[in-house]
Design a protein around this ligand. Structure first.
Ligand SMILES: [Zn+2]
Length: 375
């Protein structure tokens, strides 16, 4: 709670924010219970709820059963008060989502739209965003902003791109996008965005390592619910850990990187780029899919075990490959536990919950997070 020295406007803001965040994390609840749990007076909570209701941020969802006396109103945050848009920019495609305040995907689209570092491209992205929002039929005042995830390493202030090889955008800036998008824009690293989306749905988890198995391999390290970015914004670049000395050549130019063994392309190159088709054929025990999968797992298991040894926390498998792993996770858990020095099971290993567009969702969640912190 605030000290007496904080002025009354600050105290009011702190209280209002604490109440809103509390509602965000809980099922519908009564004013009495909010006051009791947050150790605030009933008039303080009542006044703040009234203000939040006037802003349409909080709603009444019904009445609780009473044990005598008046029934208490059930109060909840309004997940449809605001929305955010997320873009997942890849080498050949754009994924676009609209999420509500809870992180639920309301609408999504994926389009073939190869990245080109040109004005025409960014103008095209701007038009895509405008049409998408028009189709959603949501007032523009309800859109918090557009989050843009890139397969790139960003500068400290996240305004520019300091390293990019998957797309030709080194030295690029958020301004290239925001010039054509009439909403606040925030850039994110793609794997960090996806990791954030997974953490969002997990609720109570504090620490997690997210391994993104897309056409390039990346990841995110989340400690105490915050992304550990590293000193050069290059943390979690698991794709470039060496797992085979002098092994296969990676797109980065080095040899033996995880990416050369565990990217989704290693599998989908056998099925014309379709990961869905790869897993369909694998289920039918087709070759060469079966052999490719066994070879893939060998390296994946080494990578996962290394992550567990390094971070001693849950590991989530995501990306194009992660989305198909529900039916294989028990087998992978067995394999990782056999490699583990300390543990006899692999229960620390999980499959991503967002099967679709985790990256775009995570990019959009940056706006939701800022909003929640500033209510
Ligand atoms: Zn590499």
């Amino acid at each position: 709670m605030a000290t007496k020295r904080a002025n009354s406007i600050e105290v009011k803001k702190i209280n209002r924010n604490a109440i809103y965040k509390f509602l965000y994390k809980h099922d519908p609840i009564s004013i009495q219970e909010i006051a009791y749990t947050l150790n605030m007076s009933l008039p303080t909570v009542t006044q703040n709820i009234k203000e939040l209701q006037e802003r349409d941020l909080v709603i009444e969802t019904g009445l609780f059963e009473s044990t005598g006396g008046r029934k208490a109103k059930a109060i909840a945050y309004n997940s449809a008060a605001k929305f955010a848009v997320g873009l997942d920019i890849t080498r050949n495609h754009i994924g676009i989502v609209l999420i509500d305040l809870s992180g639920k995907v309301i609408k999504n689209e994926r389009k073939q739209y190869p990245f080109v570092n040109s004005k025409e491209y960014f103008e095209g992205v701007g038009n895509l965003v405008k049409h998408f929002i028009d189709d959603c039929k949501i007032e523009s005042s309800k859109i918090l902003g557009v989050g843009i995830a890139l397969p790139a390493i960003l500068s400290d202030d996240k305004q520019t791109v300091s390293y990019a090889t998957v797309i030709d955008f080194k030295g690029g800036s958020v301004k290239s996008f925001s010039e054509f998008i009439p909403y606040p824009c925030i850039l994110s690293n793609d794997a960090n965005a996806a990791g954030l989306a997974e953490l969002w749905v997990e609720g109570n988890i504090q620490n997690v390592v997210y391994l993104s198995l897309n056409n390039s391999v990346g990841g995110a390290i989340i400690i105490g619910k915050n992304i550990y970015t590293g000193e050069n914004q290059r943390s979690g670049e698991f794709g470039h850990m060496t797992i085979v000395p002098d092994g296969r050549t990676c797109y980065c130019g080095q040899k033996g990187c995880v990416d050369a063994y565990c990217s989704a392309k290693v599998l989908s190159d056998s099925t014309n780029g379709s990961i869905a088709e790869f897993f369909r054929l694998l289920r039918l025990n087709s070759e060469p899919q079966k052999a490719l999968w066994e070879e893939y797992l060998k390296h994946l298991v080494v990578t996962i075990n290394n992550l567990r040894m390094l971070y001693d926390c849950n590991v989530i498998l995501g990306g194009y490959v992660g989305a198909y792993l529900d039916e294989y996770i028990e087998h992978i858990r067995e394999l990782v536990s056999k490699r583990n020095t300390f543990e006899v099971d692999g229960t620390y290993l999980h499959v991503c919950k967002y099967k679709l567009e985790a990256t775009a969702v995570g990019a959009a969640l940056q706006h939701v997070e800022n909003f929640i912190n500033n209510v």
